[in-house]
Each structure stands twice: as structure tokens, then as C-alpha cells.
Design a binder for this molecule. Structure first.
Ligand SMILES: C[S@@+](CC[C@H](N)C(=O)[O-])C[C@H]1O[C@@H](n2cnc3c(N)ncnc32)[C@H](O)[C@@H]1O
Length: 219
């Protein structure tokens, strides 16, 4: 098991597969493979199930989430990727925002064995509604599959004073008829207009159709 370059020793690779060291040994979130090596339990991280893993599998080089980061995760669903973020930021907190009640119920179950994962039933377009539950955010990670993805990220980064942001832009959620490349350029321009520097952009194909990861830093 080798630490992945640029991951500050939080993500590992073996035979080109990705792993995180489990912060909740003995538990699975989505049926992932567990491997025990030298007293550490590693969880396989599937790029077909997680856009953050797809970004890293495609040689994404900017991972601003560190061991002690506090992460605001928008669009947590049942907790698949958030659980790996909770392994990475094992010394920080992961605030998981999800607005669909059915997914939220599963998220609550998956947060139970992970003391650093906080489920929040709320709409990511209304950060003032969960402001009272969230503090000290270093990174906003967003995967919400809806319109105005750049502005939702920017609004949350501004509200919580986060330095870094990552957004997995889904082109079809913005406009089904427009060329995905045009949509990604518009999202990048909007983030620049809102005062962010683009640190990286990367297509998530072949793992996710018409998706691009954008990583930004507040200037
Ligand atoms: C593609 S799924 C997220 C998958 C998850 N990020 C993962 O990798 O495990 C998108 C989720 O965003 C949620 N969502 C969409 N718009 C939202 C909003 N405005 N506020 C909160 N959640 C939202 C959906 O209910 C859905 O569960």
C-alpha cells in the first residue's frame, strides 16, 4: 500500500486501486472491500461510485482536504463519498448536507460509526438555514446535481469563509441541450467572477459522463 502523491498520506494506492484508511474499522458504508494490513484497515474507494475518487483516478493533483480539515459536504446522499472524506479528514469534521429525506435517513445510519461525520437535513442553496450548525470550514466539497452549481459553491464558500472548494459539475443538470464543454467554461468563468482562482479542472470520464471537477481557492 503506497500513499498517493499529493494526498498528504491520506489516500493510498495498490495495483492502481484507491484506498482510504478506515476511521471506523469493521464497518462498510456501501459494500466496499476492506483490507487489513499492518494493523490498519483500508477501504477500497471505487471511482465508479465516487466523483472524488474518479478525480484522483484520473490523476487529479489538487486535494485540499487534509487530515485536520473541516469539510462542508453539499449533496451527501447516503454517505458513500462523505465516508471516504471522513477517513481523509479523520482529525477534522465533515458536515454532510442532504435535502432528500430518504437519502438522509440512510446518511444518518452511515454517520453513526463515524464521530466526525455530522448529517444535516437542509437545502444547499440556503446556507443561512444550517449556519448555526457549522463552523470553521476549510473546504467546501459539492456534488448536488442541480442548476447554478458554481453559485451554490461560491455562496457557501463565502458564507463559511472557506479557503478551498471542489465542485463536480454535472453538465446535464445545468442545461441538457448545451455542449458540456460550454457549460464547464461558464462554471469556471462564474467562479472567477465571484473571486476564486481555479487550481484545477479535470474531466471525470470515463467514470462519469459529462462531469468536470473544478478545484478553486479564494483569492
Ligand atoms: C449525485 S448525488 C451525491 C452523491 C454523493 N456525493 C456521493 O458521492 O456519495 C447528489 C445528491 O445531492 C442531493 N441534492 C441535490 N440538490 C441539493 C440541494 N440543493 N441541497 C442538498 N442536497 C441536494 C440529492 O438529493 C442527491 O442525494
Amino acid at each position: 500500500m503506497e500513499p498517493l502523491e499529493f494526498s498528504d498520506g491520506t489516500v493510498f494506492t495498490e495495483r492502481r486501486r484507491l484506498y482510504t484508511a478506515s476511521a471506523a474499522p469493521g464497518t462498510r458504508t456501501y459494500g466496499e472491500r476492506l483490507m487489513a494490513i499492518g494493523g490498519t484497515e483500508y477501504r477500497e474507494w471505487d471511482p465508479r461510485r465516487s466523483k472524488l475518487a474518479a478525480y484522483l483516478a484520473n490523476s487529479g493533483k489538487v486535494l485540499p482536504i487534509r487530515k485536520d480539515s473541516n469539510v462542508l459536504y453539499l449533496g451527501a446522499s447516503s454517505g458513500t463519498t462523505p465516508s471516504h472524506v471522513s477517513d481523509i479528514a479523520s482529525g477534522g469534521k465533515v458536515y454532510c448536507v442532504e435535502f432528500a429525506p430518504r437519502m438522509f435517513r440512510e446518511l444518518v445510519v452511515n454517520c453513526k460509526p463515524r464521530p466526525n461525520m455530522m448529517p444535516i437535513l437542509a437545502d444547499a442553496t440556503k446556507p443561512s438555514e444550517y449556519e448555526f450548525m457549522v463552523s470553521g470550514v476549510d473546504v467546501v466539497y459539492q456534488d448536488v446535481a442541480q442548476k447554478n452549481q458554481a453559485d451554490i459553491l461560491a455562496d457557501n464558500m463565502e458564507k463559511f469563509g472557506a479557503r478551498y472548494g471542489m465542485v463536480a459539475v454535472k453538465a446535464r443538470s445545468e442545461d441538457v441541450s448545451e455542449n458540456p464543454k460550454t457549460i464547464f467554461k461558464k462554471a469556471e468563468s462564474r467562479l472567477k467572477e465571484r473571486g476564486f482562482r481555479i487550481l484545477d479542472t479535470l474531466s471525470l470520464e470515463p467514470y462519469e459522463d459529462s462531469h468536470e471537477m473544478i478545484v478553486v481557492e479564494r483569492t
